[in-house]
Design a protein around this ligand. Structure first.
Ligand code: ZN
Length: 230
């Protein structure tokens, strides 16, 4: 993968989060990985999106060592790196504090699958990490955030549920590319908003049946998928 192309893709994924109203000011960050080179491209820390240029993005190795770039990388870089190392199939990560998904994270509630929009993208509820311990917060906070996510995904296929709510914090999403990760962040925000309104309309609303969930999920994923064009 040409790193110049990946820079452009990562910039575009970051801008998509802005366009879709998922981030305010300098909140949020998206990254992408060139697997063959073992290099990660990530948003710089604290630079306004409207002024961001491809050359402002920071390239690091999987240990976080800066390979290219004069700006500091996003402070969440260590979380992204843990995810890239643990989830071999992912090519992009997007983190936001989008309002509805963050509301569920702050409420420390996973998002139940209340309909087919959710079932199309997430296999099962949108999961929630355990809150970090005081020790995990005190040192290696961002690394420990990554570990909390990875622990929650033990024995699961990360691309079958391409995001998670970090307790008291907000969503981290991923995908096969930076654009796919940003797309999943947008979808998660929509699912989170729909679920809140569903529960407001009917506090007793229940999760969709397993049959409906499996039907919708398998239309888009796996060997028998038939949604969209070949
Ligand atoms: Zn955050």
């Amino acid at each position: 993968m040409k790193l110049g192309v990946l820079r452009q893709e990562v910039l575009e994924a970051n801008l998509e989060l802005v366009r879709r109203g998922l981030v305010l000011y300098t909140f949020g960050n998206a990254s992408g990985i060139a697997r063959d080179e073992g290099l990660v491209v990530i948003k710089p820390s604290g630079v306004p999106y409207e002024k961001m240029k491809p050359e402002d993005l920071v390239i690091t190795d999987l240990d976080g060592k800066i390979i290219e770039g004069i700006l500091r990388p996003s402070s969440d870089l260590p979380t992204h790196l843990i995810l890239y190392r643990a989830f071999a199939g992912i090519g992009g990560v997007a983190h936001t504090h989008s309002r509805h998904a963050t509301a569920w994270a702050q409420a420390q509630k996973e998002i139940p699958c209340l309909g087919t929009t959710h079932a199309d993208y997430f296999h099962g509820p949108v999961q929630l990490t355990k809150p970090l311990t005081p020790k995990e917060i005190r040192s290696g906070y961002e690394v420990n955030t990554g570990h909390a996510i990875v622990r929650r995904f033990k024995n699961q296929q990360p691309l079958h549920s391409p995001g998670i709510l970090v307790a008291d914090h907000g969503p981290f999403c991923w995908g096969t590319t930076p654009a796919d990760a940003a797309h999943n962040a947008v979808i998660l925000e929509e699912i989170a908003a729909m679920a809140l309104e569903t529960i407001a309309a009917n506090p007793k609303a229940s999760s969709v049946s397993k049959h409906l969930h499996e039907k919708h999920f398998s239309r888009k994923h796996g060997s028998t998928a038939y949604y969209g064009q070949k």
